[in-house]
Design a binder for this molecule. Structure first.
Ligand SMILES: C[S@@+](CC[C@H](N)C(=O)[O-])C[C@H]1O[C@@H](n2cnc3c(N)ncnc32)[C@H](O)[C@@H]1O
Length: 295
């Protein structure tokens, strides 16, 4: 079995790249990361991800070396590449996306929790979520705040996937939590009361939504004067159950972030013009958080 000792990372990554052309699983021996001055375990985790691999639990070889195994992720097992007949159900209960739990991903959880804290979610009265899917974004709020506080907030979730909404309704059988099956573009038809917090994660960039005019109409028509925004933009792809860093862009075989940056900066500039304080945080998901200045 291949054994690395003090080779530069460039040599190792080149060897891995070549070996993965003919194999889906690759084992090799490296210096124990727990020993001082050796390459860290985090470096191996990052390297595995960059090669679209899962890193299996290492095996000790002797007191100085461990065996690592990189297992290629099945890139077919991604909802990004799945073709669906009914576009409303692209993210429904039968989709690969449905099995994903973002709240269990540390980098997502950390950034979303910070955003909820920044907008003082517990003080909000009416929270609107666009693209709520199975309700994960409400779940974290429920975990974060007191039950009594949660029950005093009106939650509205909108999605066009009926199967996802059916699931969400079962998770939140409460009078203060409502779900509507509706095309987000025609949200006005619901004649909702204005909200003081609008959350939308991984949804507004969908091809079915005209992002810029829609975002402006949200601010103008659906947010109260003291309202806040949390927008989440994926800077990642879900492949074979793993969250892989880097936005997928059309026409590029690798991750490319121009579209993501354009959309985030458009929202930031527009909201700043409208006198919001805007922060941008996150990693695999970029979070834009906006609160009204001077309140
Ligand atoms: C990528 S998923 C994100 C779901 C959830 N916010 C999350 O991050 O896990 C996008 C969601 O928006 C919904 N969606 C996309 N375009 C929509 C539209 N025009 N009207 C209503 N729902 C839409 C999809 O059905 C899906 O549930």
């Amino acid at each position: 079995m291949k054994k690395f000792t003090s080779e530069p990372l460039l040599e190792i990554t080149t060897w891995i790249q070549e070996a993965l052309k003919t194999s889906t699983s690759l084992s090799f021996i490296v210096p124990d990361p727990d020993q001082e001055n050796n390459r860290s375990f985090k470096a191996w985790v990052n390297l595995a991800e960059l090669h679209f691999c899962k890193l299996l639990i290492p095996k000790p070889i002797d007191e100085n070396f461990i065996q690592l195994t990189f297992q290629k992720l099945n890139q077919e097992s991604s909802f990004h590449s799945a073709s669906v007949k009914n576009k409303e159900e692209k993210y429904g209960t039968n989709s690969i996306f449905f099995d994903i739990n973002k709240n269990e991903e540390p980098t997502f959880l950390h950034a979303y929790k910070k955003a909820l804290e920044a907008v003082k979610v517990e003080k909000r009265k009416h929270i609107l979520n666009l693209g709520i899917n199975k309700g994960d974004e409400f779940e974290l709020i429920q975990q974060l705040i007191e039950t009594e506080t949660f029950d005093n907030i009106n939650f509205t979730g909108i999605d066009h996937s009926q199967t996802a909404l059916n699931h969400a309704k079962k998770r939140f059988p409460k009078d203060n939590v409502q779900f509507f099956q509706q095309d987000i573009n025609t949200i006005k038809e619901l004649q909702l009361q204005k909200s003081d917090l609008i959350i939308s994660i991984g949804t507004l960039q969908s091809p079915s939504i005209n992002y810029k005019p829609f975002l402006m109409s949200l601010v103008q028509e659906h947010l109260t004067y003291d309202g806040a925004f949390i927008l989440g933009f994926p800077n990642s792809r879900w492949i074979d159950g793993e969250l892989i860093y880097g936005a997928k862009a059309p026409n590029y075989p690798y991750s490319e972030m121009s579209l993501l940056y354009n959309d985030v900066i458009f929202a930031k500039k527009y909201l700043q013009q409208k006198k919001f304080r805007v922060t941008i945080t996150g990693r695999e998901y970029i979070f834009l958080t906006a609160t009204r200045i001077g309140l």
